[in-house]
Design a protein around this ligand. Structure first.
Ligand code: ADP
Ligand code: MG
Length: 203
């Protein structure tokens, strides 16, 4: 208690300054708080920060969730040497690139990756395109990373993508649209696992 009170006196001493040029020792003596005054001061601060009835921890619904999502910089973008420019947009949006590897996708990898689109008319061409040149596979981390990256990428068709999005800035067509991003947390986990081992990701 004596040590705590002494500490508070020292704090007041340091913070008070001497606007009128009086020696510090005098200021310190004159502003010496009443015994146990530090307890009241702390209580006042606490009440001001957390008024009665307010929650001390944000509600789960308003708390941002740190997540990971899977990203691919596609062949049209690597062909135009855009990896750095796309990464800059990703990082400027507050997402962290916690794993990254440049690969040439095999037909088997591309077919497995886009299996959900197997019945779509563009599936064959999509697999051809994804294996036509190098891609950069990535894991991105950040608050609400899945939804945030979808926003940063923009609409599938660049003609409908919002200003400032990666696809608006760089995509060539609905197929050659520069980037992939997971569409759900479950798919993000599956897609990350297809290309990265846990030890290759450094968050
Ligand atoms: P997103 O990549 O925005 O999640 P989809 O999952 O619907 O879009 O499609 C996967 C990929 O297939 C697209 O990113 C694009 O490269 C290609 N694609 C989608 N629609 C078409 C289309 N109508 N014609 C050609 N390619 C397409
Ligand atoms: Mg998709």
């Amino acid at each position: 208690m004596a040590i705590a009170a002494g500490g508070v006196r020292l704090l007041v001493f340091c913070a008070a300054g001497t606007p009128d040029g009086a020696p510090h020792s005098i200021v310190a003596r004159e502003r010496k708080p009443a015994k146990a005054g530090w307890r009241a001061a702390a209580a006042r601060l606490y009440t001001a920060a957390f008024p009665r009835g307010t929650s001390r921890v944000p509600e789960p619904s308003t708390r941002a969730m740190t997540e990971r999502t899977f990203s691919i910089i596609k062949p049209d973008a690597t062909a135009r040497n855009l990896t750095g420019k796309i990464n800059a947009v990703i990082e400027d949006a507050g997402l962290r690139i916690v794993a990254q590897r440049r690969i040439k996708m095999s037909r088997q990898q591309a077919e497995k990756f886009y299996e959900v689109h197997k019945e779509r008319p563009f599936y064959g061409e999509l697999v051809e395109y994804m294996t036509s040149g190098p891609v950069v596979v990535q894991v991105l981390e950040g608050d609400n990373a899945v939804a945030k990256y979808r926003e940063v990428m923009g609409a599938t068709n660049p003609a409908q993508a919002a200003e400032g999005t990666i696809r608006k800035l760089f995509a060539e067509s609905i197929q050659n649209n520069s980037v992939h991003g997971s569409d759900s947390q479950d798919n993000a986990k599956l897609e990350i696992a297809q290309f990265f081992k846990d030890e290759d990701i450094a968050g």
